[in-house]
Design a binder for this molecule. Structure first.
Ligand code: C5P
Length: 227
């Protein structure tokens, strides 16, 4: 059983979400998908008809939005103002607008505070939590005993996202997904606040040639060695 936090960061399409959920299940731990929170705020922004690149307006929407995030790895889910948005947050409009929303400093302040509260509660009540995102090891949980930075070749990442899309019934092409992955990585890595980067003490795991089971095994091994 896991004690404390596993911080799992990395760019889009490395298999982070699936790996994080499986890892949490294997460790009897909670699971937090921080990307779902940035996506849910983006839903609120789009519903209000606000320009996602306008930080003042985006901040106002974020202040008025109430998120409830599920931390059960078997059924995570998220609600926005009581409305289940778990499916809507994965749609193409949201994916397109989420980078500027998540680059808004005030949005990050609000969500990082909520994430820390969720993490503290899970550690107190359950013992451990696997947290995935872009800034978990660097900003949200800099004291996490294990930080993992997942990478994979661009091509592998685009292939995985395309497969995920078609499994979920969303139409997409490899080329469009590759462009989207590149666009978001550039945006997320070059923003001024909490850019995507590996923490100095993170263990880098390249998943290009690993399948899901292989990746989870590699991480379980790291947990064991750190624990
Ligand atoms: O992980 P996911 O692809 O759902 O994340 C969606 C977007 O949310 C990312 O592209 C990034 O802009 C933002 N994000 C972030 N910090 C996190 C998690 C996600 O900025 N901790």
């Amino acid at each position: 059983q896991l004690r404390g936090v596993v911080a799992l960061d990395g760019p889009a399409g490395t298999g982070k979400s699936t790996v994080a959920k499986r890892l949490a299940m294997a460790l009897d731990a909670r699971y937090l998908d921080t990307g779902s929170m940035y996506r849910a705020i983006t839903v609120a922004v789009l519903r209000a008809g606000v320009d996602p690149t306008d930080p003042g307006k985006v901040a106002e929407i974020a202040d008025g939005a109430k998120l409830v995030v599920g931390t059960d790895p078997e059924k995570p889910g998220i609600t926005l103002d009581g409305d289940d948005v778990s499916v809507e947050i994965r749609g193409p409009e949201v994916t397109l607008a989420v980078s500027p929303v998540s680059a808004t400093a005030h949005v990050r302040e609000l969500l990082v505070a909520q994430q820390r509260a969720i993490i503290a509660d899970a550690v107190d009540n359950v013992g451990g939590i696997v947290v995935e995102g872009r800034d978990i090891g660097t900003v949200v949980s800099p004291d996490a005993p294990l930080k993992v930075y997942l990478t994979a070749s661009e091509d592998a990442r685009a292939r995985r996202r395309t497969k995920q899309d078609s499994a979920a019934g969303r139409e997409s092409t490899l080329d469009a997904v590759l462009k989207d992955v590149q666009r978001r990585d550039n945006y997320d890595s070059s923003r001024a606040v909490s850019p995507l980067k590996a923490a100095a003490d993170a263990v880098e795991v390249d998943t290009t040639d690993l399948d899901l089971a292989g990746t989870v095994d590699a991480l379980l091994d790291l947990v064991e060695r750190r624990g």
